[in-house]
Each structure stands twice: as structure tokens, then as C-alpha cells.
Design a protein around this ligand. Structure first.
Ligand code: ZN
Ligand code: ZN
Ligand code: ZN
Length: 162
């Protein structure tokens, strides 16, 4: 746990309110430095994603946005999500068909996910080129999309069972 301490933020006990605020302001800084606009809508969607370290589906995001009298159409949510994914502020969790806010916004390179099937929390790992990718490269295969999602039980949930 020492090397990937930050990456496993989701599984560590922490003040999530602070974590959420920190990630939001990191996202703002990142957009500013890239000359991108973190519009109100994009920010709202990111805020929803960062409510917890559990992934949330597009329709649940939409439902939250439309809690008041707002009537936001699905494409608007998808566009905001697309922006967040492209800029590395959020990730798609394929096996859940859902999204999470990134815990270290703007990072480059491979991301692997640890998904707890009990508490539904998702942690990010950032291992550099894996043996798998190396093998692909050795046979001249060019990877354009790679998804590494490990499902299991986090340390906390293992304790709860016992
Ligand atoms: Zn947190
Ligand atoms: Zn990330
Ligand atoms: Zn768990």
C-alpha cells in the first residue's frame, strides 16, 4: 500500500469532503492551464462524480441534475462526461457501465481499476506498461484501447465479513 498510497485513496479512510474539494479545485486549475472552460454543467457533473468513490451511471447523473425543476436532456450529460473523460478528470468503468471522478486529475498513462464488489468503491492504480502490453508490443500489436478492471473485495469489506 505504500507505493500506490495516493492511487488507492478510495480504500483508505479519509475526509472525503476535503478530498472532493481538493479534486474539484485541481480540475479547475487543470482546465485553466489548458485553456479549457470548466462550464457550470461540466462542473456539476464532475461534482456528482466526486460525491463518492463509487461509480455512477449516466442516467443517475441525469436524475440528480434534474432533481430541481431543471430539465436536462441526456446528450448534455454525455457531452459533459465526454469532456471530463477526454481531459482525464473522470474515468469510465466498463464493467459497471458507469463513471468515476479521477483521484489524480490529468494523469497520463495507464490506469487500472480495483473494484470492490461489496462496497462498490473503485480505486485507481497506475502501473506503467504491463507485461501484457509488452507482449502485445513484441508481436507488433498496437493497442488503442485497454481496460484493466479487477473485481474483488477491499480490505475493509474483508474485515466486515469476519
Ligand atoms: Zn475521497
Ligand atoms: Zn485517474
Ligand atoms: Zn469494499
Amino acid at each position: 500500500m505504500t507505493k500506490s498510497k495516493t492511487s488507492c485513496l478510495a480504500f483508505s479512510h479519509h475526509d472525503h469532503k476535503r478530498c472532493q474539494n481538493k479534486l474539484l479545485s485541481a480540475a479547475r486549475d487543470l482546465c485553466e492551464s489548458r485553456n479549457l472552460r470548466l462550464t457550470e454543467r461540466r462542473k456539476q457533473v464532475l461534482q456528482i462524480l466526486l460525491q463518492s468513490h463509487q461509480p455512477i451511471g449516466a442516467y443517475d447523473i441525469l436524475a440528480q441534475l434534474n432533481q430541481g425543476q431543471a430539465r436536462i436532456a441526456p446528450p448534455i450529460v454525455y457531452r459533459a462526461l465526454e469532456f471530463l473523460l477526454e481531459e482525464g478528470l473522470a474515468h469510465r468503468i466498463e464493467c459497471k457501465n458507469a463513471f468515476i471522478g479521477c483521484v489524480h486529475p490529468g494523469h497520463q498513462g495507464a490506469t487500472q481499476f480495483l473494484i470492490c464488489k461489496d462496497c462498490d468503491k473503485v480505486a485507481e492504480l497506475e502501473n506503467p506498461v504491463s507485461a501484457l502490453q509488452e507482449d502485445a508490443r513484441n508481436v507488433g500489436f498496437v493497442i488503442d484501447h485497454s481496460v484493466v478492471e479487477l473485481t474483488g473485495t477491499c480490505a475493509d469489506c474483508q474485515q466486515n465479513v469476519g
